[in-house]
Design a protein around this ligand. Structure first.
Ligand code: F6P
Length: 321
């Protein structure tokens, strides 16, 4: 291995910069030249790149977002553009690619394998929805950001005696909702993995607490499961309690990464370069039992794992007194 490229793709996630930094520093320490590809797979198609040296990644551990920028590339779904991207890599004598991102990034790498490109993937997405890995970069920061935002919302909710319905991100996974909701002792947490449409039990819970003298309530909803404004209206209609909706949105994607995201980013980035040095091809870096491992990317995508911990979910209900 003489020369490699690194990119970040899909939704940006805190900790991606630590991974980029670790890839760059580890590569340079091993005498491997490294090129940064801008805007994910889009930059690979358009050959928007920059050589990366130690100075380029100095003091970036604490930066949110990704210094390489990112995209959700529609073009990369088409073979002709993947061929163009592969040609670009070959024309520039690049032996392998490190791609940091979520499920879409992994799928892109699998398709890219057919063009003869060796890609090592690192799981980075706030959703924690890459099934083969117990952890994905950005989750910890996003969950903490959501938790802090909900703490603030609760202050206002308590002062006014309202019910706050807070929508958090997570696409098809309820991890951010579960962690942020449990950390703020939410009265109800609605997540895709467990939601059975039982609005009545949420209303009954709020009514019972109201009868017991409680004056404020918190419902945390993962995006896409149910319509938060409709839920707030239903709570008002059926309980008479004033309800307000907050959609946390992209606030959850940004900000300074937590120590965990910086640490795991560093570990995963260095590990990816190690995999390449050992001759690994088309591998997915993952965490299992808190240890770094790697899978073949095609095997990785087939791993089905309803990661969400039922015990944690049940406990969140028990603790919502
Ligand atoms: O994958 C991370 C995520 O923030 C999801 O939680 C959310 O559904 C999605 O990205 C939003 O995508 P976009 O950045 O394309 O609007």
């Amino acid at each position: 291995i003489r020369k490699i490229a690194v990119l970040t793709s899909g939704g940006d996630a805190p900790g991606m910069n630590s991974a980029v930094r670790a890839v760059v520093v580890s590569a340079i320490n091993s005498g491997i030249e490294i090129v940064g590809v801008m805007r994910g797979y889009e930059g690979l198609i358009d050959w928007e790149t920059q050589p990366l040296g130690l100075a380029d990644v100095r003091n970036i551990n604490n930066q949110g977002g990704t210094i390489l920028f990112t995209s959700r590339s529609e073009r990369f779904l088409q073979k002709e553009y993947r061929e163009q991207a592969a040609k670009n890599l070959r024309d520039h004598d690049i032996d392998a690619l490190v791609a940091i991102g979520g499920d879409g990034t992994l799928r892109g790498a699998i398709a890219f394998q057919d063009e003869g490109i060796n890609t090592i993937c690192i799981p980075g997405t706030i959703d924690r929805d890459v099934a083969c890995s117990e952890y994905t970069l950005g989750f910890d920061t996003a969950a903490n950001t959501a938790m802090e935002a909900i703490d603030r919302i609760r202050d206002s909710s308590v002062s006014h005696g309202r019910c706050s319905v807070v929508e958090v991100m997570g696409r098809k996974r309820g991890y951010i909702a579960l962690w942020a909701g449990m950390a703020t002792s939410a009265d109800a947490i609605i997540i895709p993995e467990k939601w059975d449409g039982d609005f009545d039990s949420i209303i009954d819970t709020i009514k019972a607490k109201h009868a017991d003298g409680r004056n404020s309530y918190l419902v945390v909803v993962a995006e896409g499961v149910t319509d938060a404004p409709e839920l707030a209206q239903m709570i008002l209609d059926k309980t008479g309690i004033e309800s307000r909706v907050s959609v946390l949105g992209y606030i959850q994607r940004g900000g300074q990464p937590t120590a965990k995201d910086r640490m795991y980013g560093s570990l995963m980035g260095a590990y990816a370069v190690d995999v390449l040095k050992k001759g690994g091809t088309n591998r997915m870096v993952a965490i299992k039992n808190d240890i770094l491992i790697d899978y073949d990317i095609k095997e990785a995508i087939d791993i089905q794992n309803n990661q969400l911990d039922s015990f944690q979910y049940e406990l969140s209900k028990l603790l919502a007194e």
